[in-house]
Design a protein around this ligand. Sequence first.
Ligand SMILES: [Mg+2]
Length: 364
Amino acid sequence: MLGTRGAVLRAGGRQLARLLSGQRRAESSPDPWCGPMVATRGTCSDVPSQAPHAPLSSQAPATPATMPPHLAAYPTLDKLGLLVGGAVRIKEPARVEALISGIVGGGFSRLQLVVDFDYTLTRVHMGGHRCHCSWGIMDNSPKMPEYYREEANRLLAKYYPIEVDPKMSEAEKIPHMLEWYEQIHDLLVKCAISRDAIKGMVSASSSRLREGSEELCHTLHGAGVPVLVLSAGMGDVLEEVLRQFNVYTDNVKVVSNFFDYNEEGRMVGFKGKLIHVFNKNEDAIHSSDYFEKLHDRNNVILMGDSLGDIKMAMGVPQPSSVLKIGFLNDKIDERLEVFMDNFDIVLLDDQTMDVTNSIVGLMK
Ligand SMILES: [Mg+2]
């Protein structure tokens, strides 16, 4: 049971009034761009890929699972609005108190963000319909040939169950993920997609930023905080989403799978090493000097919706505080325990960026 596994906290503050009152933000009316409830390429895994958190030297011992939240012991969490129950789960409030107070105390000059894109910056559903992820934008676009959509959905049906199979190890899954991506890549090359077509596919899709993502991005841009978007999705597509929502600012760096184009602007392959959901610590950024250049920004807010995402901040030199926020979008009951073991804050089917905005709001 959730209530007995760990102290259940509910972050609050001005932006979390709805959560504190037990209400969800009313979703907008069904959006005409939202497609049907189609299967979209998933980005989640049920297999823990990293040991549970090591204790921080500066923090109190882990809170016993049955210990009730003690507001006085968690002043920063208290500022955010502490409440038992709701859509926020925190296994170790003392640890999270230390992390957030460290991040807030360090200010914007010590901060960087490392975030996943699909279903982290973007919404999972809206108006009762599932929103497209970056792959889904193409898989479901009428601008793509019929044979592509059929084959892409056949591959999805074959490989997605493997991606989320709780009985398979990450090592067992990786060869299948590589097979999946290679076949999709070959298929895409066959389609000779034009650079210009992507813009129209994105604008006609149901992809939407999570509510509050734009506010967060604008705050971080104004404060000069670097944001690394690390995605196993399609870089060209997700960049276009960021552009269309006016959040692709100069503090944002995208690392993903990018198309290679010929002189006619037709896609002929992919650049660089493939990024899939389980190798997010091995991409070009982790072998570059990106994190080294940001060595004075050793406070990190990491956000993801897959256990594979917790690897994204590996490579940050001498991190002081790395706060991992996990969006648990699907299979909530089955995956809650492992998410709580691996993410500091777990948000249950929360289609907003309210919690992160509240934390960043303390730094203004
Ligand atoms: Mg994702």
